[in-house]
Design a protein around this ligand. Sequence first.
Ligand code: PHE
Ligand code: FE
Length: 292
Amino acid sequence: MQAVKAVNQGIAPVTYGQGDRPPRGDYASARADYTCDQNWSAYTPQEHDLYRRLYERQAAQMHGLACDEFIDAVGHLGAPQRIPRFDQLSETLHRRTRWEVVAVPGLIPEEAFFGLLAQRKFPVTGWIRKPEEFDYVVEPDVFHDLFGHVPLLFNPMFADYMQAYGAGGLKASRLDACELLARLYWYTVEFGLIRTAQGVRAYGAGILSSAGELRYSVQSPEPSRVPFDLRRIMRTRYKIDTYQATYFVIDSFQQLFEATSPDFTPIYRAVRELPQIDAGVVLEGETRIAIE
Ligand code: PHE
Ligand code: FE
């Protein structure tokens, strides 16, 4: 496919907040749909080693903090010693849930992002962070995208939710409702918690790939944990530079899928009339979910 040079430079989707810097990554080599080649042989031994260290740090603390669906599927990523080859991973994933992973240069515009999800293609950033970003990286890199997002794509219900989200995103673009829908992504796909018989566990990719937030989100008495509520989420602003002040807790992936199945058109309209809620604010009378 043709490379589009002029179009795909310096555009970060509002889904991920915005900064002053243009996004990292080689956008000149991307195709019209923003996908590119992974160029696996260009990873250095140091980069593979950095991936391994990131993987091992998270795997060592995931028990009792990550949900079982994640723990059961993370092995599908393959041996932690090497950054996975996307084509091989896609083969395994496609057999399970008909999803694939595709390489992208980094953050992509939201319509392109939604379009890929709607086709059951998960965009994964090709590059890995610098060693000095071991603890924190501003933009999603290959470790966040793979380790955080891909294991849950092996879960049939969550996989369907992600596709529905993509289709819903294309619709939200036409309704000028992307900001409201982005909050749903943020508070579920990136920072969602789930209630289990063993207690609250993490399923959001931003949590699962974070060294500190995994434990914080599940065990710290500091943040608020409130039950999943679609309208409440769409009204709630979020922080992109600190741990979350509020987490929304689902009971099951089925609940998440069903609660988001209705047509959002009237919901967007209703939510726009309601006051926005700042991150961390707990409303009067709102249930708070206890840890353990
Ligand atoms: N039901 C939503 C709509 O009609 C689409 C959607 C599904 C959005 C799942 C997000 C998640 O717009
Ligand atoms: Fe992410």
